[in-house]
Ligand binder design. Structure first.
Ligand SMILES: Nc1ncnc2c1ncn2[C@@H]1O[C@H](COP(=O)(O)OP(=O)(O)O)[C@@H](O)[C@H]1O
Ligand SMILES: [Mg+2]
Length: 366
């Protein structure tokens, strides 16, 4: 087998700040892999409406659906609540337990409080897809996280909800009205705020009775999910913008990934503005379009060049901080980037990197 020419490993986790293009890049990586002969699943989170449509989602679908494109590309949208429900259902000893757990008010509110469990759901889905063995590779989009540890913490945090530690802590810290807002307990506080009245304690008891028999299974799954994240097959592709504020966030984020000994596969610097052709000499322009228009053109060329220079500086800073890591630069592309053709345009940059295979090369499929 030849050296892996693709960007990222068999399991490719796209991480980075909000709005940098994680969802788009994840979809483009998946498209590219599918075109090269792999059977690929891509799990997206909140794709832009037109991208969702292009991927074939008319409605929220937490099952992989085949995308009408070259090769075998299967796309799905992450549905954190559904993922958790499926997990609980699979761990329930029988139908009765399952029903009682899923219909419990505390559980429903907890699982509905997506914050804090979206990272876990994403990785739990990755685990499930990986274990089912239906795909050669899986590309995972992630929620915008400032903290890489949200991924590693997520299984343990989720466990704390279900084994009652968080709840006990809250109750002991001054009753249900307590407003101790730690990252781990914030969703739970919201839940407790909504559940008032004498029924709450009964619901809480019922929750622990229903979930009690599953705690061991949940713990085992949480541990397996964490182990998968740490497996060298799980590789992180860090997506960044070249903008100064984002660059520093990316560098801090990647440092956390490295510290946690997760596998960094590549850096994608997306939406880089490039310097274009120089403006014609002012005199020529003025003669052609008049003084006012010539001034406007001059201004816009100046703005473009200033943006390109700023992006070049951001890119240089990233290259410096990520020295030794494969870096892919994707320019700011014109027009709507929300259909399959646009993903192919993006994939072009992922595939035309030095050392990458060319499109259609069969070597990648093996
Ligand atoms: N290279 C690019 N050129 C132009 N627009 C882009 C590019 N990459 C992404 N976009 C656009 O940027 C927006 C944010 O992208 P998205 O993938 O949703 O980001 P994220 O998932 O990180 O929040 C979308 O409207 C997308 O179409
Ligand atoms: Mg996104």
């Amino acid at each position: 087998m030849s050296a892996e020419p693709q960007l990222g490993g068999r399991l490719c986790i796209c991480v980075g700040a909000g709005g940098v293009g994680k969802t788009t890049v994840a979809a483009a990586i998946a498209c590219s892999r599918a075109r090269q002969g792999q059977r690929v699943a891509v799990v997206t989170i909140d794709p832009a409406p037109r991208l969702a449509q292009a991927l074939g989602f008319d409605e929220l679908s937490s099952e992989p659906r085949r995308v009408q494109t070259a090769g075998e590309l299967w796309a799905m949208r992450l549905d954190p609540k559904r993922t958790l429900d499926d997990l609980i259902a699979s761990l329930a000893a029988d139908e009765g337990v399952r029903e009682r757990a899923l219909s419990n008010r505390i559980y429903r509110e907890l699982s509905g409080a997506v914050a804090g469990s979206q990272e876990f759901s994403a990785v739990a889905k990755l685990y499930e897809l990986d274990r089912n063995g239906d795909f050669d590779s899986i590309v995972l989009d992630t929620p915008p996280s400032r903290n890489a540890l949200d991924f590693l913490d997520a299984p343990a945090r989720l466990m704390r909800f279900f084994d009652g530690r968080t709840l006990r802590l809250l109750i002991s810290q001054g009753g249900l009205a307590s407003r101790v807002a730690s990252r781990a307990s914030a969703p739970l506080l919201g839940v407790l705020g909504r559940l008032t009245g004498t029924g709450v304690l009964r619901e809480i008891t019922a929750f622990f009775v229903a979930i009690g028999g599953m705690v061991e299974g949940l713990a085992a799954r949480a541990a397996a999910v964490e182990a998968l994240l740490r497996d060298p097959a799980s590789t992180f592709v860090v997506v960044s913008s070249p903008r100064a504020a984002v660059v520093e966030e990316t560098i801090a984020f990647a440092a956390q990934l490295r510290e946690a000994e997760l596998t960094l596969a590549a850096l994608v610097v997306n939406r880089v503005h490039e310097a274009g052709a120089p403006a014609p000499p002012a005199g020529v322009l003025e003669a052609l379009v008049g003084e006012r228009l010539a001034a406007l053109v001059g201004e816009s060329v100046h703005e473009r060049d200033a943006r390109a220079a700023a992006d070049a500086a951001g890119l240089a800073r990233l290259r410096d901080a990520f020295e030794g890591l494969e870096t892919v630069v994707i320019p700011e592309l014109a027009g709507e980037l929300e259909d399959l053709a646009a993903l192919d345009r993006l994939a072009f940059y992922l595939e035309r990197r030095p050392g990458a295979s060319t499109v259609g090369s069969p070597s990648v499929a093996q």
